[in-house]
Ligand binder design. Sequence first.
Ligand code: SF4
Ligand code: ZN
Length: 468
Amino acid sequence: MAMFKDIPVDVGIIYEGERIRGPDMHIEFGGVKTPVKFELVQVKPLKDVTDGKVEIIGPDIKDLKEGGTYPLGIYVEVAGEKLEKDLEGVIERYIHAYCNYMEGLMHVNSRYDIWIRLSKNSYKKGLNSFRFIGLVLQRLFKAEFPIIENIQITFITDENKIRELHSNAMKIYEERDARARALKDEDVSEFYGCVLCQSFAPTHVCVITPSRVSLCGSINWFDARAAVRINPKGFNFKVEKGECLDPVKGEYTGINEKVKEKSLGEVEHVYLHTFMGHPHTSCGCFEAIAFYIPEVDGIGVVHRDYRGPTVIGIPFTTLAAQAGGGKQTEGLVGIAIEYFRSSKFFQADGGWGRVVWLPAAVKERVKSSIPPELIDKIPTENDVKTIDELKKHLETHNHPIVSRWKAPAAPPTPTPVMEEAKGAVPIIEIPGLIPSATMPAEGFRIVLKGVKIHVDTLVIKKAESEKT
Ligand code: SF4
Ligand code: ZN
């Protein structure tokens, strides 16, 4: 039974986690193969928005070649007396959820990064026009946000038109981000959260604070606050700060409690501003991934559009598969590009002083946030290709990380997390990338969960022998 009689495919939450692989795909829009794509929501005056209007600029789905990849812009204009501008970011993020409610339609990422696939099956059923997608979006939006009085949607496949609107959209995203940049975690009395991605990543909970935008980059603290105000039962919720346990790492009792509740007990601690210990969980929509490079004890970052292997020889896609799905992985964390601009950017790990590799494109984008004395010290793929070259570059450029290597103690190793077992034996859990780890064995059970570890030598010693 279809949800809407005039829509050729079914619509419902059960389709949300549906993936469309290459062989099942009829057509796709956006993604890494297309340089420009975007989705944008804007609040407009009532008289400027025609309710129910769906416009298509350029060829429609049925006019495009099967198997092709095309650029796309989705422009949604909403109006309503009680509608605030602050809601634009959140309404925009719901495009992702609602497209995924449609049978045979897959929507990934947000803003300037969108990627949409339509399945062969649903195309055959008659989903051959953006008009249907527009109508479904309009109905779902009005049901979820009754304060939307008028909604009109334009789909653009004409590349010149997309380029024109794309540069305007980029300006609007930047304005939203800039506004949140003025606030810090300590300036507000509560934080917010989001669980929109739990359909793909069941234990993932985004904690959204002024100093840490959501990892998809599309919901900042203002956006989430506005969403909770008008829709307290939606994907966004309030997170009481509680007591601040560690202002540097960014650990709060209120966050721990809320994340535990929303992850159904799976995640008990979250540190906002470190990628060690208990870092934030990662779903799959992160704009970039920060990864630990044990050989130099530094942080590398790679973004979604980066092709080819990173300096550690692993491409974005492989890192994303390891980091994603709602896991909390030490040394591997999904972030938004905007997080680079936060004054608390990985502050517990040493912030920018710990960053040792970046793609040139990201470096260029966030240049104004990099401390000036570090700009030439942080290499990109144009400077180094291997770990050996990286080490040399850091040394010859006198990167601050080098002083960490010279410290008398060995490079700090993420400490395994100890948990009391139900029985007599404690359990050691090692949740992530560990450069080396001494694991006490006698009287312990060692549990390695979801880890890929390569061990060169494992030395087991009695604890007393260390004391001499
Ligand atoms: Fe919400 Fe986080 Fe998913 Fe963005 S990444 S939609 S903030 S859960
Ligand atoms: Zn996500």
